[in-house]
Ligand binder design. Sequence first.
Ligand code: FAD
Length: 480
Amino acid sequence: ERGLVWFRTDLRVHDNTALHRAVQACHSIAGVYIACPETWQSHDEGDNLVAFRLACLRELQESLGERNIPLYFLELKRFDQVPEAMAQIARKLEVSAVFANAEYPVNERQRDEAVRQALKQVDIPIEYSTDRTLVPPGAIKTNSGDAYKVFTPFKRAFIDQCGGGDFSPLPAPRKREPADWPSWLQVKAEENLRQTIPATVAGYDAVAQKDGKLLGWEPGEKAGLRRLREFEENIDAYEDERDYPAIDGTSKLSPYLNAGALSVRQCVHMALECNRGRWKGGSEGIDCWLSELIWREFYTHLIVAYPRLCKHKPFKPETEGVPWSGDELAFRRWCKGKTGVPIVDAAMLQLEKTGWMHNRLRMVVASFLTKNLLIDWRWGERYFMNQLIDGDFASNNGGWQWAASTGTDAAPYFRVFNPYSQSEKFDRHGEFIRHFLPQLKKLSDKEVHCPPPTEGYPPPICDVKETRKKAIEAFADLKG
Ligand code: FAD
């Protein structure tokens, strides 16, 4: 029996459900990866995200190669070309089945259904496994059979219904006997990937530093596992430290989770082991971190229950009526970290320079854009996706709609972050601000949050109190 594993955002050999299923069912296994740069671009996936993903793919190819599993790399333009290509590859390789892990945004699901149909034409079944989430989206329902719209009851139900499940990671496949795959597969696997990748992504070379890191991030499954072990040492302090951007208090695992270089099960397994099997009522740091992983689960379940979220629609339809400002100049100042509000600017520079932003600051800058500048959350969502090395449609959309008060479990519209008090509270001595805005280095700890006129730094783009009031009025009008 020959099996084909179709890798997508699950670029690892350990704890990969589709790969494991193939190992169980088939004697010989090959992998395939299909890059679709045009579709990726239409999903706003930027260079950082794509370069990180492809660097993880390189490592995956090596790890598979060591196990005598060849990985065929194919570059097409768009998702709509995938079904025919998959059917051809599967038929040429004479495989008896194809294995993949399910993906959940609408276009991915449509593509996967079309692939299922195309393979059916050539009598080859495809099996999609649950792997990106802990349980399949749709598995957690309210008593009346609906999807949850609010996080806290979702979390409670998740822990009640699924918390006792087995989240032990699956083993990586053992080295296999070399199989007689056709030579084109071997050649492609050896060469095509190395040659095609740098050409695929504009800017790949620009972000790939000499030490093999992308904007300071080391790609790949091995680096992801190392980071998980490092974080384990500090997990108990998570709740105390996670809100302070100057402290390295969060796991920084998001790029690995989103490329699939690490699985959410591996994370949960580590945390439960440290927490004596408990989801709550154990170490406060671990309880809190597990809760964040349930947020990730929640947002992914939501996009399946409410496909309009994947179509640029707000969850709350009435918020389509917000009179967004359309001020492109203000938007560009926000993007470039030139709003004159230090915490916002430092955060936007962190994003530009590292491809990542601290969660507290994602909330601050998203609130500032949508409430103080009254700019459409979709502009921010798109810019984030384009810059983030950890971009994930569900979490990014969920985070933006939360901040803009347009989402399911949204911040109430009248609760608007004050960036200055956030700054004083979470970057008290201005360490984070000074790191990204050296022109403010000499200011006192008090002044650094809201500087007096300073050379090389713009005055504030708006009065936060006034704009806050206006935003609240705009949202209140929707209700009336
Ligand atoms: P940790 O604090 O160590 O958390 C561990 C993991 O839990 C994260 O890696 C992530 O997978 C998950 N997680 C944590 N917080 C959240 C959350 N609020 N929602 C969903 N999952 C969460 N996260 C992304 O992975 N991709 C995105 O594109 C993304 N965009 C966001 C946009 C906005 C406006 C906001 C407010 C949040 C966004 N988040 C996104 C969620 C969160 O900011 C990041 O997951 C987190 O900062 C990643 O850092 P970490 O790995 O150190 O997180």
